[in-house]
Design a binder for this molecule. Structure first.
Ligand SMILES: *Cc1c(COP(=O)(O)O)cnc(C)c1O
Length: 404
């Protein structure tokens, strides 16, 4: 074999990383050394955690831990195959029946992640002669699903019902199917999709209505049933997606709808057909989590109490928490808008040095000029932790000239 030095064909990746570094938006992964909790240790530093989606503290709930351990003892650590071959265990079916009852729908199918649920479903139900009418700020997994389906994508301005209607009207004479789709809660701004108005439009134009409730599951609606319940839109949404990875505390995504929708996804959703199902421990954990949603509603009350307090205090300190240049948050996600990407990353790093973890988010995750540090409340944050976090935010905000 020739041993002559070979030029690295991936050197262009190094160039691109260098470009990110020069822009100040390159990041290193922060590594968690203990549990996902309101106060925890990242990279050897004790911090107040304002970055996790563990809304209800379920990642460390004793009942969920016990359910995972018991299922592992009984059924082992893996499912051994994809669902359609030999990897459908009784516990998978139990979880799906439980979610369907919780959401008051005919049927449910669980995917390996919320990402797989969205991408797998959108690409399965649409084809290249079809149209997807999609909010500008919808999640990446919806966009990827739309691209995989090869349907034509018509984007409407964020939460703009008139623009959504224009887009639907522009293709109403075309033979293809139309799918109208929105996030229930938008993950970067924390605002809520205009579900009732979108359902009206879907009915008027004969479109399929789909909602991605990843950040609404466990957060909005009775016992965390999501935005459909929050807005009393039962029966008007054909495809409901939720995640098991955020408030539910484990991992996975699910699709709820008619028995035939779910049966069709068994036959056509590619992540379902071609990727192994959850270990029994994950299914058992999620079953226990839905019990906790029903049995411990005080967790959701506490989440909202913390959320109201946090938004009020951040506003009083003088931070831009949306509403002027960006949508106003209505949920436990509260962005602190700085605008400039590099400055946002510096703010996030300084906060970390002072003991607060808040994720800096810049282009391309959010539009250019809308960079922010995103904060997320959970039910587990104590008054003391929140007060301490506010002090740090104020101190660093003043040092950096973000606050007057
Ligand atoms: C997090 C998120 C997903 C993906 O869910 P995972 O279970 O983490 O894969 C999908 N949609 C939205 C809106 C999200 O915020």
């Amino acid at each position: 074999m020739p041993t002559a030095t070979r030029t690295n064909p991936l050197s262009y990746l190094t160039d691109q990383l260098n470009e990110l570094k020069s822009k100040g938006t390159h990041f290193k992964l922060r590594v968690l050394e203990d549990e996902q909790a309101p106060e925890c240790t990242f990279d050897g530093k004790r911090v107040i955690n304002l970055a996790s989606n563990n809304y209800l503290g379920l990642t460390t709930h004793p009942k969920l831990r016990e359910a995972a351990l018991e299922a592992t003892r009984k059924y082992g650590v893996g499912s051994g195959a994809v669902r359609t071959i030999a990897g459908t265990m009784k516990i998978h079916m139990e979880l799906e029946e439980k979610i369907a009852r919780f959401k008051n729908v005919e049927a449910c199918v669980v995917f390996q992640s919320g990402f797989a649920a969205n991408a797998g479903t959108v690409s399965a139900v649409l084809g290249k002669e079809d149209f997807i009418i999609s909010d500008q700020l919808n999640h990446a997994s919806i966009i990827d699903g739309a691209r995989l389906s090869r349907a034509k994508i018509l984007v409407f301005n964020h939460k703009d019902l008139a623009h959504a209607e224009q887009q639907l009207a522009s293709v109403q004479d075309q033979p293809g199917r139309k799918l109208l789709i929105t996030d229930g809660v938008f993950s970067m701004d924390g605002d809520i999709g205009p579900l009732p108005g979108l359902c009206d439009l879907a009915e008027k134009y004969g479109a399929i209505m789909m909602v991605d409730d990843a950040h609404a599951s466990g957060v909005l609606g009775r016992n965390g049933r999501g935005t459909i319940d929050h807005f009393h839109q039962h029966g008007r949404v054909d495809i409901q997606v939720g995640t098991l990875s955020k408030a539910i505390g484990a991992l996975g995504g699910y699709v709820c709808g008619t028995r035939d929708l779910i049966d069709y996804l068994y036959h056509r959703a590619r992540p379902f057909l071609f990727s192994t199902s959850h270990p029994p421990s994950v299914a058992a954990t999620c079953i226990a989590a839905f019990d906790v949603l029903e049995q411990e509603p005080e967790r959701i009350d506490k989440l909202w109490e913390n959320t109201r307090f946090w938004k009020k205090e951040l506003g009083l300190l003088g931070f831009d928490i949306g509403g002027k240049t960006t949508p106003a948050s209505e949920t436990p996600i509260t962005p602190i808008i700085l605008g400039d990407g590099a400055r946002t990353m510096e703010f996030s790093r300084e906060l970390f040095q002072e003991g607060v973890l808040g994720t800096g988010i810049a282009f391309p995750t959010v539009p250019e000029g809308k960079a922010r540090v995103r904060t997320i409340m959970t039910s587990g944050h104590t008054q003391q932790e929140l007060q301490r976090a506010l002090e740090v935010l104020q101190k660093v905000g003043k040092q950096m000239g973000i606050l007057g």
